[in-house]
Design a binder for this molecule. Structure first.
Ligand code: GLN
Length: 297
């Protein structure tokens, strides 16, 4: 968007008289329908303050609001009301303790996915220098969180979207984490012998009623065929050839797909097949490991 231009969506917001104080600005955007938390985060961003400083807003609610900050806040609020994720408006999302830069080229990392990271870290606990591959890395969230927790791990991450990969690489550089990013379609061209393969692939069914609410995020990161399982089927089919003996495959999936994913894993010879719940108590990830002997043959 051209800086300084008034997007046509902000016509209503622009008509609101500029609020004089921080507290009045919060009330003005709440009246547009923004959640209180969203309003606070966007206001902090508009003021050029770190988004964790919500206490600052309370202590400064009678402060005068600079006109520039109101212009920015009213434009961001209009975009929020139109459904853009707050993370895109802030340009940032916290994931597993990392501040990741995000924009419309990548899926917004979800707290649910921290379940996958924690499970992966548990599995790697006893292993020194494990080799890990993250498929469909998007912003780099999973790979970077694992690398942050395990500096000794050798972590590769791929994405089929060159645009997503640019975001992931930039996050890796900014955070100083040595994940090796590469452009690839799932496991095509991947090495063999990984101790762990992780993925949060697209898993929403093409006709799912949740999709209209997700139009601002890349469809290629969300939708996967008629039942949402096309990409998971491909990964489960191909992963055994790229895993070390006893290596694990962990997948995030939809709230109602755990049975189907465990069945797929078992059908492809995985052992110890199991699922883990997310924060909401929903079986959100499933995984299994290749059998030690089969992997060597
Ligand atoms: N968890 C996301 C959602 O339901 C979907 C992410 C994905 O498809 N991998 O909004």
């Amino acid at each position: 968007m051209t800086h300084g231009a008034t997007p046509h969506h902000t016509a209503d917001v622009g008509a609101v008289q500029a609020p004089a104080t921080v507290a009045q600005a919060l009330r003005a955007v709440a009246a547009l329908g923004l959640d209180r938390l969203d309003a606070q985060l966007l206001l902090l961003h508009a003021l050029g303050r770190p988004v964790h400083e919500r206490a600052w807003l309370l202590a400064h609610d009678a402060d005068a609001l600079p006109v520039d900050a109101w212009t920015t806040l009213s434009q961001l609020s209009a975009r929020r009301v139109a459904g853009e994720p707050v993370a895109y408006l802030l340009g940032e999302k916290e994931f597993h303790g990392l501040a990741l830069q995000v924009d419309a080229r990548v899926l917004v990392p979800r707290p649910d996915t921290e379940t996958l990271v924690d499970w992966a870290l548990d599995l790697l606990h006893a292993q020194v220098g494990p080799h890990v591959l993250d498929l469909g890395t998007g912003s780099g969230a999973i790979a970077l969180a694992l690398q942050q927790a395990r500096p000794d791990a050798q972590i590769d991450a791929v994405d089929a979207s060159a645009e997503a990969l640019a975001v992931a690489r930039q996050n890796g550089r900014r955070l100083g984490l040595p994940v090796q990013f590469a452009h690839a379609d799932w496991l095509e061209g991947a090495a063999a012998g990984y101790d762990l393969i992780v993925s949060n692939p697209p898993y929403i069914a093409a006709g799912d009623s949740h999709l209209p609410a997700l139009v601002h995020e890349p469809a290629s990161a969300l939708v996967s065929g008629a039942d949402g399982l096309d990409d998971i089927r491909r990964i489960v089919h191909d992963a055994p050839r790229h895993l070390a003996a006893g290596g694990w495959l962990l997948l995030e999936h939809g709230h109602d797909q755990a049975d189907a994913v465990r069945t797929l894993l078992a059908a492809h010879g995985f052992a110890d097949v199991q699922s883990r719940d997310d924060l909401a108590g929903i079986a959100r990830c499933s995984g299994g490991r290749t059998m030690a002997l089969a992997g060597r043959l």
